[in-house]
Design a protein around this ligand. Structure first.
Ligand code: DGL
Length: 272
């Protein structure tokens, strides 16, 4: 299958669907090819070399499908392999760090920004370094939240669920004590915990959704580079995974905010 005009989006699993949801909203006429590396999720606990190797395999699979742009809808990949992907890919690339940081510095009023992500993301300080470039006086408070990924992958996300509330309190307490007024959801899985996080942090704290911001940023890049499709008919996305499609389908609807009616195809990512 080859789609010369498609936008390629990938993540370690389901999280990138938070970007796909926004793509379907802002660019309905664009074909999206999504790859979720469900056989190797999570990436966020792995070494730099492994994350880079996986990121290039994921991107190579999308390139084989002739995509015109690649979006790493994954905080971990963007943080650890983003520069290498941007340098080496033959098509425009964006990750989630830059688009999300632009919005966070626009939103903060007190200059105190919290960043939550996977361990690999937080250890890379990618968001912090970018925020400091954009706003030298900013105070950044980082927190790794590895259990959030498992909660989301298993659909344990409801704001009234006791386990969800407990884990949210455990991870968010220091950020709250430090008085952040803006929190970057620096992992694309985390927007599904938005309500539970907001309940704990309070309605005055702005939560910046990396998937949403990235899809809007990618749309802007495609527009500026005159790469948008000429054909205005709505397109159906195609989904590929590296583990069984059933597990993916059962939770994907939560991310997309609609029933998951699409075909999901399993591929062998080690070939790429
Ligand atoms: N969606 C990935 C991210 O944005 C996190 C999941 C993982 O650890 O693979 O970082």
């Amino acid at each position: 299958m080859s789609s010369p005009n498609a936008i390629g989006v990938f993540d370690s699993g389901l999280g990138g669907l938070s970007a796909v949801k926004e793509f379907l909203h802002v660019l309905p006429a664009e074909k999206i090819i999504y790859f979720g590396d469900t056989g190797r999720v999570p990436y966020g606990t792995r070494s730099r070399d492994t994350i880079r190797k996986y990121a290039f395999q994921d991107a190579n699979f999308l390139l084989k499908n002739n995509v015109k742009m690649i979006v790493a809808a994954c905080g971990t990949v963007s943080s650890v392999a983003g520069d290498a992907l941007r340098e080496r890919l033959p098509v425009p690339y964006t990750g989630v760090v830059n688009p999300t940081c632009f919005t966070a510095v626009r939103k903060t009023k007190n200059g105190k920004i919290g960043v939550i992500g996977t361990a690999a993301t937080v250890n890379s300080h990618s968001y912090k370094l970018r925020l400091q470039k954009l706003m030298p006086e900013v105070q950044v408070f980082e927190q790794a939240c590895p259990l959030f990924v498992s909660l989301v992958e298993n659909g344990v996300i409801h704001r009234d669920d006791q386990i969800t509330r407990l884990v949210v309190r455990r991870y968010m307490a220091d950020l709250k004590d430090n008085g952040v007024d803006t929190v970057i959801l620096g992992c694309t899985h985390f927007p599904l915990l938005r309500e539970a996080i907001s309940d704990y942090m309070g309605g005055d704290v702005t939560l910046v959704d990396s998937g949403y911001e990235t899809a809007n940023y990618a749309a802007k890049v495609l527009r500026e580079q005159d790469l948008l499709s000429d054909d205005s008919a709505p397109k159906q996305p195609s989904f590929f995974v590296s583990d069984t499609p059933e597990g993916f389908k059962s939770v994907a609807g939560l991310f997309l905010g609609r029933d998951m009616e699409h075909t999901v195809t399993q591929i062998d990512i080690e070939q790429y």
